[in-house]
Design a protein around this ligand. Sequence first.
Ligand code: SF4
Length: 72
Amino acid sequence: MAKIIVEHEKCIGCGSCAAVCSKYFEMAEDGKSHIKESVKNSQGNDELETNNIDCAQTAAEACPVQCIIIEK
Ligand code: SF4
């Protein structure tokens, strides 16, 4: 099982993650990235456990401020 996390405070809302990986990412009403079907962790960041990282790795590499974390 792996984890996808977005550090909410760091996100600048560029939209790259949602563009390259709409399976997992969408832009929220506050203009920042939201991980679909995620839960909020204790830091207030979106967190999703999955068996298949899939395009989230590409999104993490595309993020200009490196606020997408993949924990394997
Ligand atoms: S690519 Fe990074 S900075 Fe851009 S919207 Fe996604 S999480 Fe935020």
